[in-house]
Design a protein around this ligand. Structure first.
Ligand SMILES: [Zn+2]
Length: 258
């Protein structure tokens, strides 16, 4: 579906998908092991605008799995480093960078200015807070996590599908170690980050069946994928009272049957 892909020529469905991608704004929160591959795939797929949020600077230890950063950008804010790499590959891509941690280091109301949020953060407390904020804002949210040989992901469409708290309840995730602290394999975060981009593209284009109302897990040691049904909890502290599409949801036509 990329504008560069000649296979989309004279294919109305592909051209419509390409047009929807070109008009959409996607926010990637955290451009580390998950966010780098996700942002790269979204850029190459033809997304019109990418927002990049990260409060860290590029460290040598990041380079083996955070594929947009380079030796030449060591010490640079990660959002700017990732943007430079994406701009070099996709000169027409609109990029907005936010050199701060979400939410404290970013503008208030940031989420509502985007159509989809991809979670590349590395802390459980941030993921749960981002899920809550996206549901409140009515913005589709793509969760993922990866540790060691394992990873998982799920898409959330506010008011229409289960959210992360339907799965994890009211825990706050504080005190849990980050992926980087536990250790994670570069091929695993790469695979999971690309899946997040895939889920975002499906939500945007309305093609295929998004990974909603189910958690998909990946076992790298056994090279297997599993899916776990996640029913929407009517007493969920985050989405229990949310009905229909939220005010910020501009994604239409998505198959949310899961
Ligand atoms: Zn929920």
């Amino acid at each position: 579906m990329s504008p560069r892909d000649p296979s989309t020529a004279h294919n109305p469905a592909a051209e419509a998908a390409r047009d929807r991608l070109a008009r959409v704004r996607v926010l990637v929160v955290g451009v580390g092991g998950l966010g780098c591959p996700a942002a790269l795939a979204l850029a190459e797929a033809g997304v019109g605008t990418l927002g990049l949020v990260d409060g860290d600077r590029v460290d040598l230890s990041n380079l083996q799995r955070q594929i947009l950063h380079r030796v030449t950008t060591l010490g640079m804010p990660k959002a700017a480093s990732a943007a430079a790499a994406l701009r070099a590959r996709c000169p027409t891509l609109n990029l907005e960078t936010f050199d701060g941690r979400w939410p404290a280091g970013t503008p208030a109301g940031l989420l509502t200015t985007f159509d989809v949020v991809v979670d590349g953060s590395d802390r459980a407390v941030t993921k749960l807070a981002l899920n809550d904020a996206c549901v409140a804002a009515g913005v589709p949210y793509i969760y993922a996590g990866a540790v060691g040989w394992d990873g998982q992901w799920m898409a959330v469409v506010p008011g229409r599908t289960a959210c992360l708290r339907c799965l994890f309840g009211d825990r706050d995730g504080g005190g849990e170690p980050t992926c980087g602290e536990i250790g994670v394999l570069a091929p695993v975060v790469g695979l999971i980050g690309f899946q997040q981009a895939m889920e975002a593209i499906k939500l945007i284009t309305g093609e295929g069946v998004a990974s909603v109302n189910r958690l998909t897990t990946y076992d790298g040691l056994r090279q297997r994928f599993y899916t776990v049904r996640v029913d929407r909890n009517p007493r969920c502290p985050t989405c229990g009272g949310v009905r229909g599409q939220g005010p910020g949801t501009r994604i239409e036509g998505t198959d949310c049957r899961g």
